[in-house]
Design a protein around this ligand. Structure first.
Ligand SMILES: C[S@@+](CC[C@H](N)C(=O)[O-])C[C@H]1O[C@@H](n2cnc3c(N)ncnc32)[C@H](O)[C@@H]1O
Length: 369
């Protein structure tokens, strides 16, 4: 059967170049060899780390935000807390523990669930969440009707993107072809009616990525969530922010914390990701019936949720060391040039959009402090 690269090359030889989106779909989600299905390795020991890998402070802060959303929903006695794309399950674990510790009123009726496509990730999640009563599904619709909060940290960036480029002859799409056994970039007429979505200001030679898969997935959540909120945290920006970048496109791969030189060379052996176009995500969410409830940076959200609360200096030196290490993890989560610059976006359905604590509102009922 050969490895994934050989199988993709054989497919191209048989029926011609494939879109970069199809290549990325296979590289990440091929059932036998896709990165997330077979070898995804997250955390400091793995290929890349995410906010929850820096310790429980992220989950704890998010628990405060989620408890506030539960209050804004009118404190339903039973409600759903769903994480989509839960990686190693650490965030859900930290969030549930913090909720139980600090907001037993909200924790009492919570029904936790995870939407996860990768059996490998599910196994890691069930270890992290051992002993908890939790539902798993591969699509949100299987959990419907969801009444509560669905969140996804660094998931939208894993959806396949079509890569378009402006040439002197017009807009072309990046396909993956094969040449003497190597996978190479080939430009062709766009595979779908996507050329109109390339902003006028993308210069000749510039690239623009579009993810109908991510947009369709966000829209599909509207069919599953009957009331409550969805929250996305990810790198990316509004269309205007993305346009100010150098036009080289944002697709990249990481292996053991290093950028992969050629994202086509070894599909399935490393992660592939692209910055999220939050303008397109908002359009998709609103088109599906969600109401925009706010957006901000991860830094502002975490500060609003009291991540830097003052604590007394511990007397024992070992405790002082631990406290210093927690502080430096929090600094990394807030770094305006790193994780702190990630975007947080929230949409609501049949729930209030004003006064949300994740965007800095102070609410008498939602306080955890
Ligand atoms: C970049 S990891 C982020 C993991 C975790 N949220 C974190 O912050 O560490 C992406 C996760 O999303 C999952 N995933 C990707 N596409 C998905 C989809 N369509 N539905 C559900 N999960 C998905 C992957 O298997 C993986 O667990």
């Amino acid at each position: 059967m050969g490895n994934l690269r050989d199988r993709i090359a054989a497919r191209i030889r048989a029926s011609g170049p494939i879109t970069f989106a199809d290549f990325m779909e296979a590289a990440l989600f091929d059932a036998n060899d896709g990165y997330y299905m077979t070898r995804a390795s997250l955390g400091f020991e793995g290929d890349y780390f995410t906010s929850p890998d820096l310790g429980p402070a992220f989950g704890r802060a998010l628990a405060r935000g989620v408890a506030d959303l539960w209050s804004r929903m009118g404190r339903p006695p039973v409600w759903d807390l769903v994480e989509a794309g839960a990686g190693r399950g650490i965030l859900m674990r930290d969030l549930l523990s913090a909720l139980e510790r600090e907001r037993s009123d909200a924790a009492r009726g919570v029904r936790p669930a995870i939407v996860e496509v990768s059996p490998r990730m599910r196994r890691q999640q069930s270890l992290a969440l051992e002993g908890r009563d939790l539902r798993w599904a591969s699509v949100a619709h299987s959990l419907a009707p969801i009444q509560g909060v669905l969140f996804a940290n660094e998931v939208l960036d894993a959806f396949p993107v079509h890569v378009l480029t402006r040439t002197s002859e017009g807009v072309r799409e990046l396909f993956v072809g094969e040449e003497s056994g190597a996978l190479v970039e080939v430009l062709r007429a766009p595979s779908q009616d996507l050329r109109w979505r390339v902003p006028e200001s993308v210069p000749v030679g510039g690239r623009w990525e579009i993810s109908p898969a991510a947009e369709g997935w966000v829209a599909s959540l509207a069919g599953a969530l009957v009331s409550g909120y969805i929250i996305f945290v990810d790198y990316g920006g509004q269309e205007a922010d993305l346009l100010t970048r150098d036009g080289a496109g944002t697709v990249r791969g990481f292996v053991r914390h290093r950028l992969v030189a050629d994202p086509l060379a070894e599909p399935g052996r490393h992660d592939l990701t692209a910055s999220v176009d939050f303008t397109a995500i908002r359009r998709a969410a609103e088109g599906a019936g969600f109401r925009f409830a706010g957006s901000g940076t991860q830094r502002d959200m975490l500060l609003a949720l009291g991540i830097r609360e003052a604590t007394a200096r511990p007397p024992a030196p070992i405790e002082q060391l631990r406290a210093a290490s927690r502080r430096s993890a929090i600094d990394a989560l807030l770094d305006p040039n790193g994780l702190g610059a990630f975007r947080v976006v929230c949409f609501a359905k049949d729930a209030p959009t004003d006064g949300l604590r994740i965007f800095g509102a102070t609410s008498a009922t939602g306080s955890m402090r």
